[in-house]
Ligand binder design. Sequence first.
Ligand SMILES: *Cc1c(COP(=O)(O)O)cnc(C)c1O
Length: 581
Amino acid sequence: MNEGHSAFLGLELIRKLVQNHNLPFSHAKEVVASSVIFTTHTPVPAGNDVFPLEMIDRYFGNYWPSLGISRHEFLDLGLKIGEHHNFNMTVLALTLSGQKNGVSELHGAVSRNIFRNVWPGIPEDEVPIDHITNGIHTLTWLSPSIKYLYDKYLDKDWKERLYAKEVWDKVDEIPDEELWKTHCVLKTKMIGYIRDKLKEQRAANGESIERIKEVDTLLDSNALTIGFARRFATYKRANLIFRDLARIQRLLNNPERPMQIIFAGKAHPADGPAHEIIKHINDIAKQEGFNGKVILVENYNMTLARNMVQGVDIWLNNPRRPLEASGTSGQKVGINGIINFSVLDGWWCEGYNGKNGWAIGDDTFYDNEYHQDNADSESIYNILEKQIIPTFFDRNEKGIPEKWVKIMKESIKTIAPEYSTHRMVQDYTNKYYITSMERYDKIKASNYQFAINLSEWKKKVAHLWPQVQIIADKTANQLKERNFISGETIPIYATVILGGLEPSDVKVQAYYGTIGSNNTIEKPEIIDMNLVEKNSDGTYLYSANITLYEGGEYGYTFRVIPHNPDIINPFNLGLIRWIVQ
Ligand SMILES: *Cc1c(COP(=O)(O)O)cnc(C)c1O
């Protein structure tokens, strides 16, 4: 299931099992969760639907009886803690799916933070939402001219082994001159395409013959050309580069080192603030000092996108971090030898390696948008002035910008294998699809008994969980008092009440690490403790040896989590017991 919008399908799968196979809701839910994988694609509220409960009553009042559950049980599937008036589609999707992921490493972490309340008590790092970073379909976005160079200089089967890093090492064998010339031809072609679009645009808008003729003088194929094309959602801050108008005007109009920017994109019809951003760019594009240097192309679509990602020099992406879940347009330009100039958000946060492009700002999290916009725009100007523009115009005797071409090659080599759908689909297949298929086969082969047993086990564990306690810590306070020799190993013990549960139903774990500034354990290590013995009073003694690698103040605690070799992820149950509650 992609995005919360799709989550009602999970309910319908459950309903079919309830109706056709006579399973109770909890068993049917277990079957469906085993085979459903949910991917969240954005942290932005507009992508995470919530519906008032009156609407759920109106449209689902006749539906929950067919699932065999009450109104209360139904609403519970989509209620986020602290948000009791709305039914949250993303929460519903998370609740109905066994495996869950975001679309970049950073977005995985952001999603664990946003949805941590779905699993109260589970440490944020362990909230059961993982990630698989998005990739692009290479051959859809690759220009035929660049493909020709790959055919010529890479291994014959490069198209079949796109995901292999060694395939791309051969990019170094493409002569600089050939890569640069190919790029220049593509750029000229792109400019021709944009001029045609602008003529159509001006004619359709009823502009004068002069204005239409003027188009042939716009866009200089020798100018450093920045491209920006994507949806105009406000968090993408399309007009950020105009925050200091005088400064960007100077950069655009340097006669020795000219620069130009091409914008394209559409906004959602209901997104008024985004329309204002388009209007702002359109107004600037008409001003003296920007006319002809700032181009806004209408009717954005994939053909226009393809021309731009193959023909500009620099691809600008400056979303408000960390709202760009992945982003993919920068991956499209990467394979074509165009260089990314982006905020360290989404895929670029992991894709940027210090030499394959430029990073806007740093990895600071801001809670003040004004300061964030100032810092990021300042970073844009500084990097343009000190790095991008000088590197682009630094030419050898043949007119080739050698340092620039080196970055182009580094960009192709690092982006092409990692950020392709080849790698992405392999990840989904290995991590999720195969395990889900195997589970589902097991469930079908057992005539649902496998899922029924699991569901009954979960019910038992949830029911008995309040009895679980960690009562004594023989080593209490011992650790903090001592100075440790690095590498020292220390035995620790915990006594645990399991109530009606068996030791095989749980894992007792030690959770330890250095104490950080806010008195919590930083970057915890987690190890399973061993059962030593059952005490005469029915409690259990567990032990573990922990090794302390760094000096300083160490802290540790204990916890109990559910355990069953057949569950997908113990944290899906939302049950955890710490020593101090
Ligand atoms: C790839 C693509 C996008 C995504 O762009 P981002 O910069 O990742 O938001 C948007 N629109 C079109 C037409 C695309 O092809």
